[in-house]
Write a protein that binds this ligand. Structure first.
Ligand SMILES: [Zn+2]
Ligand SMILES: [Zn+2]
Length: 826
């Protein structure tokens, strides 16, 4: 018979065709009017930086596979996409290239949308949100007003991180490494400015509670550290005409205080400086102000500081101790003053050694007999040199001293947090304007809700002055007071873009709604997000801000849940030649060329195969070609099963062979369904792809050996296509149609497995030595001859019979026995 080869697999043609069909049919459009249970599957939306690179696809393709899988499991899946469109790069492009930020951003969005379409995801584009459009930022401003009226937004003069290169204020989180700007790497300095803040600290305690969400332990730990809760005592030290309050978590060491340290910007520092010390103190303060917070607290750094010439009284011991200023004490943490106990604090110990300050032991290590310490002793011990508290175990002493301090009125127990309020104002144009007006008579007046949005003016001038272009834009600044009508001025700061991304997941539920930020019914139907995926680098920013935002909205009565994201998964990073992708070093992989060459399905499948999703992997052109070859094999395997030659082969099969083929095929099919389903549930995409490849190889082998039974073969091929559908949606759809099934495979249910069929079949392997039964063991039928021999030789009971003997040969009877034959006489 003449073999008629099926036509070639042409992904470019197939993929374009199906995407057009899916779009025309609104196949992935989602409605709230749906009997299926809902599943809100969200991928962090991309920043509109320009082209998407393969890193974006790595965040999006596996996430889409999971969303498709949930959809095939019978959920009504919302998987939306949008754009995080405000921010500094748009403005920098405006300055350097003379393009208006709006134009630059919208052009990027257009290009990114096209790239995202080629991915073949189930995004419901009718729900797209773009944060820089007035119908979105109107509501960002509306939320600001709500928070302001609830006392959660306030204005204060504060030293802020300032990037001299970007000429902008940075949030603490945007200062990275050794105190440099996250964007440009320049060393960050300090400036005092009137700033807007959100009171995230009101929620510090609640944000520590992750008990109602399934998030990676790593992210929860990062948030806990960032919030930095510590419990201790705030206690007063006496000074002439007043007191200095310090916070300590080690009240048990208070008799060991040998000096007090103030932050250089502490208000008392200037007041307490003795005239003869003034010159040196001022020089030091000036120097410290130029240091970033990160530099100041970094542990490896030599401790610097200056004695200011005055003293404080330790009210418990009555001792007089010198007052120093040092930059490692931050005004923004605790009270901006610390009691230094060099004997029991590593940092204080180093400081005391450098400046020759006394070290007084008050917690004795076991077996201590009064000798000097080589290093700070920070463990618990027995209290000594501590008056009436001597002899107490230090943990007990901690409580006893706290009680004593409270009873005497020297201070009280207190809980502090490292978390600071969220600095939200930016001296920039390309953000949502803060809806506040300043009137000479009325002061600070919020813009009435009905006057929103406060639109960004189109005619602003972009100059690298370091101040917001809005400041020089008269048409924007000049307004009238909403209260009294007198001439007034608008706030020219815009909001941190992290506010835009703190509520975008609410907007997806009803992006066309214009009476409120969202339609309450639709929002309630979808929220909270069932599964969120994105990068771990957002742990202490976006992922913390969004949680705060939702809690604040809950307290305002706007939402009725506590947490925005019920489950979270963080993908790893794609690297090239072991290094992160970087535009500036020309090390960027864009998906487009691979889609054009090998098809989107191959790129999707390769990204899932490259490594465990949470760990990332290395991009390798040979790897993706291997994946493309596999998809070609699937194509031919499936289509070759639907021709005359195939029917003939099946018809010729003897009954015994047919029965065996049926049994084996069904077992492998159900085993694969089980593996793939369990892997998809747990985001183990790489092993899922491996299982599908094994299945393909197995089916090819069965076909070569003509071991096919019609119904079981049909079940195997159908299952292969359904299992492949989330990963390679175009190929699966094409083959599904070509094998006579009704459109669309993406409306089918995911196959389920029969536990009995999936179970690995076992038999009792008999082990003989010289033909005599010596042992038996249950083994899977899939055991190979080599595995059976090894198993037999390794059994304890068999080893005894082999001792001293020499093996002449091993006889293996498949599915029955292993017989070890020894040389005669041995
Ligand atoms: Zn910078
Ligand atoms: Zn007024």
């Amino acid at each position: 018979m003449v073999e008629k080869k099926a036509e070639k697999y042409n992904p470019q043609q197939i993929e374009r065709k199906w995407r057009a069909r899916w779009a025309a049919d609104h196949l992935y459009q989602v409605s709230e009017d749906d009997a299926r249970p809902k599943w809100y599957h969200l991928t962090m939306f991309p920043y509109t930086s320009g082209d998407l690179h393969i890193g974006h696809w790595y965040a999006m393709a596996p996430s889409d596979v999971h969303a498709r899988f949930k959809r095939m499991q019978g959920y009504n899946v919302l998987h939306p996409m949008g754009f995080d469109a405000f921010g500094l790069p748009a403005e920098n492009a405006a300055i350097s290239r003379g393009i208006h930020p709006f134009t630059w951003t919208m052009e990027n969005i257009e290009r990114m949308r096209e790239q995202l379409r080629s991915l073949g995801a189930i995004y419901d584009w009718s729900r797209e949100v773009v944060t820089c459009l007035p119908d979105y930022y109107k509501w960002t401003q509306w939320f600001f007003l709500k928070l302001y009226k609830a006392g959660l937004a306030y204005r204060a003069k504060a030293p802020v991180n300032w990037c001299p290169q970007c000429q902008t204020v940075l949030a603490n989180e945007q200062v990275v490494g050794e105190g440099v700007c996250e964007r440009c790497g320049t060393a960050v300095t300090k400036r005092d400015l009137e700033q807007w803040f959100f009171k995230i600290t009101n929620y510090a305690e609640e944000l520590l509670d992750h008990s109602h969400i399934e998030w990676p332990e790593r992210i929860k730990a990062m948030q806990r550290n960032w919030i930095g809760k510590s419990e201790g005592v705030e206690v007063a030290f006496g000074i002439e005409g007043g007191e200095i309050r310090v916070f300590t978590t080690r009240a048990d060491t208070i008799f060991g205080v040998t000096f007090v340290v103030l932050a250089p910007e502490h208000p008392l520092a200037d007041k307490l400086t003795a005239p003869e010390r003034r010159g040196e103190v001022e020089r030091y303060v000036e120097w410290a102000r130029r240091q970033s917070e990160m530099e100041r607290v970094s542990t490896g750094r030599e401790k610097g500081g200056v004695f200011i010439g005055s003293y404080a009284i330790n009210k418990l011991s009555g001792e007089r101790v010198p007052i120093w200023i040092a930059d490692y004490v931050l005004m923004t943490y605790g009270t901006g003053a610390v009691m230094a106990v060099p004997a029991h604090d590593t940092r204080d110990f180093e400081f005391a050694k450098i400046f020759g300050l006394p070290i007084k032991v008050v917690i004795a290590p076991q077996g201590w007999s009064g000798e000097d310490l080589e290093e700070a002793y920070v463990e618990p011990g027995t209290m000594v040199n501590s008056a009436q508290f001597d002899g107490l175990p230090s943990e007990q002493g901690m409580e006893a001293i706290a009680d004593f301090i409270e009873a005497r009125g020297y201070g009280e127990r207190k809980t502090t947090y490292r978390l600071r309020d969220w600095l939200i104002s930016r001296q920039r144009y390309w953000g949502a304007p803060i809806p506040i007006v300043y009137c000479d008579k009325c002061g600070l007046v919020p813009v009435p809700e009905e006057d929103l949005p406060v639109l960004l003016p189109e005619d602003a001038e972009f100059r690298p002055t370091g101040e917001s272009p809005l400041k020089y834009c008269e048409s924007f600044v000049k307004t009238s007071c909403p209260k009294c009508g007198a001439p007034a001025q608008r706030e020219t700061d815009t909001m941190d873009t992290f506010i835009c991304s703190s509520w975008y997941f609410l907007r997806y539920t009803s992006p066309d709604h214009d009476g409120a930020p969202f339609d309450v019914g639709r929002m309630r139907y979808w929220l909270p997000v069932d599964q969120y995926t994105g990068g771990a680098e957002h742990a202490t920013m976006h992922l913390l801000y969004a949680r705060f935002f939702v809690k604040a909205l809950r307290d305002l009565g706007l939402v009725d849940f506590d947490e925005p994201f019920a489950r979270l998964f963080n993908q790893g990073v794609i690297v090239i030649e072991r290094q992160k992708m970087s535009k500036s070093r020309g090390r960027v992989i864009t998906p487009d060329e691979y889609v054009a060459d090998l098809g989107a399905d191959a790129v999707r499948a390769y990204l899932m195969f490259i490594g465990p999703w949470d760990q990332g992997g290395e991009w390798d052109d040979r790897g993706i070609k291997g994946i493309a070859r596999w998809l070609h094999r699937v194509w031919h395997l499936v289509l070759d099963s639907y021709n005359a030659e195939f029917s003939e082969a099946i018809a010729e099969l003897a009954e015994g062979d047919a029965n065996r083929a049926k049994k084996e095929l069904r077992h492998f099919t159900h085993k694969t369904i089980k593996r793939v389903t369990e892997d998809l549930e747990r985001f183990r995409f790489n092993t899922m792809i491996a299982a599908l490849m094994e299945f393909t190889n197995y089916l090819s082998k069965m076909r070569e050996e003509n071991l096919m039974e019609r119904a079981a073969w049909q079940e195997a091929i159908d299952s292969l296509l359904l299992l492949l559908a989330p990963t390679a949606p175009h190929l699966a759809e094409e083959l599904w149609t070509r094998t006579g099934h009704p459109y669309s495979i993406h409306n089918q249910l995911f196959p389920t497995w029969d536990e009995e069929l999936a179970a690995e079949e076992e038999f009792t392997l008999v082990i003989q030595v010289n033909g005599r039964l010596r042992d038996r063991v249950r083994v899977p039928v899939s055991i190979t001859e080599e595995e059976a021999r090894e198993l037999a030789l390794g059994r304890e009971r068999i080893k005894r019979y082999l001792e001293g003997g020499e093996i002449a040969g091993i006889i293996y009877v498949p599915r029955r026995l292993v017989n070890i034959v020894l040389k005669p006489g041995s």
